[in-house]
Design a protein around this ligand. Structure first.
Ligand SMILES: N[C@@H](CCC(=O)N[C@@H](CS)C(=O)NCC(=O)O)C(=O)O
Length: 204
């Protein structure tokens, strides 16, 4: 299977972390690509008409996209080390936490596109602030929930870890740790997991 990804994409990182935790990372051939809403990329569009990554090209040539779908697929490949509980309250808790962290990432990414891609005279401050307000409210909720995070990494915790990693990567001037102390403590531990260390974004 080929994973269209980028080292800087937090959604691709989520898929990779999940693949490592599940134990199927060695079945993925990584294909690095570059995407942006303002750019064409025929190879990515062929796999995913939305031209977004990650996209997973299966051995029969068909493609899966949107990181929750790809993780669900990887999760189905082995009975061991599942990252999505099969049923019960844990399942809905894991999927909702994933949705919250995905939403934080969506907002952080939209803010970045506005700040980096849009020509400066056209940038919309209310949009930038509105997106970051979503990030802040999401972090406040995660701070409350982090005391109950599972020790075994499920897709919710994995996505939260990738979202916090993305904030450190792209918004290093935002000191989220000082006002989210429990979350910061949790992330300090979580970031040491081999799957997180192996998939960290570039440092420059
Ligand atoms: N909901 C998608 C979001 C994927 C996404 O936004 N990926 C970014 C890179 S981190 C992308 O491909 N952006 C290009 C674009 O928006 O055109 C998922 O979970 O996979």
């Amino acid at each position: 299977m080929q994973l269209l990804y980028s080292q800087t994409s937090p959604f691709a990182r989520k898929v990779l972390v999940a693949a490592h935790e599940i134990g199927v990372a060695d079945r993925l051939e990584l294909v690095a690509v570059a995407v942006a809403p303002t750019e064409q990329n025929a190879a990515v569009s062929d796999a995913n008409p939305l031209t977004k990554i990650p996209a997973l090209i299966l051995n029969d040539g068909s493609a899966l996209y949107d990181s929750p779908v790809i993780v669900d697929y990887l999760n189905s490949l082995t009975p061991d080390h599942r990252v999505i509980p099969a049923e019960g309250p844990e399942r809905w808790r894991a999927l909702r936490l994933q949705a919250l962290a995905d939403g934080i990432l969506d907002a952080a990414l939209l803010r970045r596109y506005e700040q980096v891609l849009r020509p400066e005279p056209l940038r919309w401050t209310a949009w930038i602030e509105g997106q970051f307000d979503k990030v802040k409210r999401g972090l406040a909720r995660l701070e409350r929930e982090s005391l109950h995070f599972s020790d075994l990494p499920m897709i919710g915790e994995i996505t939260v870890g990738c979202a916090l990693g993305y904030l450190d990567f792209r918004y290093s001037d935002e000191d989220w740790r000082s006002s989210h102390k429990e979350l910061a403590l949790w992330f300090e531990r979580f970031a040491t997991r081999p799957a997180m260390a192996l998939t960290a974004p570039p440092t420059n």
